[in-house]
Design a binder for this molecule. Structure first.
Ligand SMILES: Cc1cc2nc3c(=O)[nH]c(=O)nc-3n(C[C@H](O)[C@H](O)[C@H](O)COP(=O)(O)OP(=O)(O)OC[C@H]3O[C@@H](n4cnc5c(N)ncnc54)[C@H](O)[C@@H]3O)c2cc1C
Length: 397
């Protein structure tokens, strides 16, 4: 028999950790199996729009996050070639007032550490590191999972299994979805530099987005303003797996030079001594996320390109809706899981498609880029912000 209140979670990324906290808050016992031996400092900045910050605050994490976050004052959109500002959208108080929750930027490792500490402090959550989900069997009473720990294979049983194991999800494969992720034709390069290494005008709490031929560039402060996170996205055929391949600084500068990016943008790209890069993948929306007592969550269910900065936000939304649905049908997990999938599918598919489209808009060239820039220049702060209402003003049913 499955333990009557135990839910198994595969993966301790932002999705898996938030899921564990949301489920425990609803009265479940949770076992999280994470393949990594430790939750290490990987990744760089994440933007937490109000749809996500609202939920983290609801989970009681606002105070713990506070020392790490930056609440940017505005988003500034600039031309890569000239450095001219095309548009500016206020983020600070205006966003918090409009959506009832703040816009934050944070280092991925800081958010993960706050979630991890909350998980470790919770008496109903067990976090197992070095525990890789290997196989699973869905049965009438729940799920049995084979877990590899080093050379040993063990078993865990639960009322349900939530596959929060990321883009290359093993749970997804075990549930019969074997297609490979879709390469997005671009690579993201990331670096963090001390704020003092940046030109002074780019140290203030703001998100900067530069649009240009064949590339775009995003940077904002993290670690309470001590560091600036820089991400440069360029067209590329390189398709390596993982989040942290070394990237050559000279190569990146050469590429932006060839694309005729101007001096202001180049001065930002020159600030870091070293870069890490990852290839961008997504998947088309999946029709069926789960079966019986198993389902998927976060990047395992709906990986997206990062151009709307919603990967972590969607995983956090998923986690809260999932916990509501399981709590509403505690004696019939499959019913709760199908309701969760039904509630989440449309929204996450829309965000996946919108992220892809946004990426196309960012890297337009020639007359199309001219038309985009003209449109952006004509848009006031209010009409620019209204375009995000569907995304940021989300509340769960
Ligand atoms: C190391 C890393 C760095 C990242 N860096 C950035 C970044 O700089 N910028 C950005 O926008 N996004 C980054 N992301 C992605 C972003 O965090 C996710 O898109 C988003 O948070 C959704 O998270 P998720 O929990 O669904 O998946 P993920 O964050 O990918 O977490 C999945 C977790 O599952 C674990 N796992 C995988 N397979 C198994 C298995 N079989 N058994 C047990 N555990 C398993 C993985 O080790 C991982 O910890 C990064 C993700 C990772 C893992």
């Amino acid at each position: 028999m499955a333990s009557s209140r135990t839910i198994l979670v595969a993966g301790a990324g932002i999705g898996g950790l938030t899921t564990a906290l949301a489920l425990a808050r609803s009265g479940f016992r949770v076992v999280v199996c994470e393949q990594a031996q430790e939750l290490s400092e990987a990744g760089a900045g994440l933007q937490l729009s109000p749809n996500a910050s609202r939920l983290l605050i609801e989970l009681g994490l606002g105070d713990a996050l506070h020392p790490h976050i930056v609440a940017p004052d505005h988003l500034s959109i600039r031309r890569g070639r000239s450095g001219d500002e095309l548009a500016r959208m206020k983020l600070g108080r205006e966003i918090a007032f409009r959506y009832g929750a703040p816009y934050w930027v944070v280092h991925r490792a800081d958010l993960q550490a706050v979630l991890r500490d909350a998980v470790l402090a919770h008496p109903d959550i067990v976090l197992q590191l070095g525990a890789r989900i290997h196989d699973l069997a869905v049965h009438q009473n729940g799920v049995t999972v084979q877990v590899r720990r080093g050379d040993r294979m063990g078993e865990e049983r639960g009322l349900a299994l939530i596959g929060a194991d990321g883009l290359w999800s093993q749970t997804r494969r075990l549930l019969g979805e074997t297609a490979a992720p879709r390469f997005g034709g671009r690579t993201a390069w990331r670096a963090t530099v001390p704020a003092a290494a940046m030109p002074e005008s780019f140290r203030a709490p703001a998100v900067h987005l530069w649009l240009g031929r064949g590339a775009h560039l995003v940077h904002y402060p993290v670690r309470a303003g001590a560091l600036i996170n820089i991400v440069a996205i360029v067209g590329d055929a390189w398709q390596g797996e993982g989040w942290s391949a070394p990237g050559s600084r000279d190569e990146l500068l050469r590429r932006f030079g060839k694309l005729s990016w101007g001096g202001a943008a180049q001065s930002i790209l020159q600030a870091p001594d070293s870069w890490l890069k990852w290839a961008l993948f997504d998947r088309p929306p999946l029709r069926r996320w789960g079966q019986g007592s198993a389902t998927l969550l976060g990047d395992a269910a709906h990986p997206m390109l990062p151009f709307l900065a919603q990967g972590a936000a969607m995983a956090i939304e998923d986690a809260m809706v999932l916990a509501d649905c399981l709590a509403a049908s505690p004696d019939d997990a499959p019913v709760g899981l199908r309701r969760y999938e039904m509630l989440r599918h449309g929204r996450t598919a829309r965000v996946q498609r919108a992220a892809r489209f946004t990426g196309e808009m960012y890297q337009l060239d020639g007359p199309l880029a001219f038309a985009r820039n003209t449109l952006l220049r004509g848009m006031g702060d209010e009409s620019l912000r209204a375009r995000y209402d569907w995304l940021y003003d989300w509340r769960r049913a």
